[in-house]
Ligand binder design. Sequence first.
Ligand code: FMN
Length: 303
Amino acid sequence: MNDTLVKIGKTVLKTPILGASGCSGWGEELKCFNDFKNIGGFVTKSITLNEKIGNEMPRIMETYGGLLNSIGLENKGIEYFIENILPSLKTFECAKFLNIAPFEADDLKKMIELLDCHSGFDGYEVNISCPNVTHGGISFNSSADEAETLIKSARSLTDKTLLLKLSPAFESSFEIAERAEAYGFDGITFTNTYIGTAVNVKERKFVFKNRQAGLSGSAIKPLSLMNVYKMSKRIRIPIIAAGGIKNLDDILEFLIIGATAVQIGTQLLIEPDILTRLSRELNLYLEKENIESVKKIIGSLKE
Ligand SMILES: Cc1cc2nc3c(=O)[nH]c(=O)nc-3n(C[C@H](O)[C@H](O)[C@H](O)COP(=O)(O)O)c2cc1C
């Protein structure tokens, strides 16, 4: 067996392949399709401090090579999560990150304080990059100074692994990542969805009530690959890449260009067993190519 382990903060991933937030549910949905013992892990759907009912329908639309979504962070809030979902999460034998989405500046502190005394998960993916809400969330991502007010105290609140998930929509993401590194974050998840939209021609109206939506899937892969490359020149902490990944070659491209691990979102909705399949394929690839460790691939781009 070749070495597919990677480490992010204190968390060891059995393979560098994770299910992305919003497409992995609460893990329960992946359970019957994937062998959790042989995958890296997954990130939960976004959790907010208070319940969010999400956006009006429609929330999802297929596009060429991708998907537009405007879910709007629907979830029942943190107390419901702790009581009803966290107990089952504990039983899954892979890495688990809680995606937490702050709306007000002190939400992050409140959420980590409520969660951190619990066990059964490895860390947090702080999401300041959701394009589908009208306030909070992504506005923290639009300026490095705004983001700083939020991220500067996070490290002092937890010893668990801390990731920050950033948007490709703002140039500020690169500076925010540098500041997150300085404040002790363990990794940067890059990228969230790209901002897009669609028009209903018959009605001459936006398809989505919120006008804009997040574009994901194969269509964004070359954009995310370039963004991850640029990010790799700015920070030394691990990058967990996301954006249109659907096969082993996609994963290898992101690792070669500098990502330490990857997340699969949209393709997981199409192939719910993809985490297990690609983890197995990565193992076979290392064996066939006689590469003793996946770490030899990370950042191996010849420029
Ligand atoms: C239906 C859907 C729901 C999503 N929900 C969330 C979410 O709740 N929180 C989050 O941080 N990202 C969310 N995302 C973004 C994904 O985690 C991922 O960053 C993005 O889709 C790019 O990866 P992909 O092209 O593999 O889907 C969602 C994406 C999709 C398609």
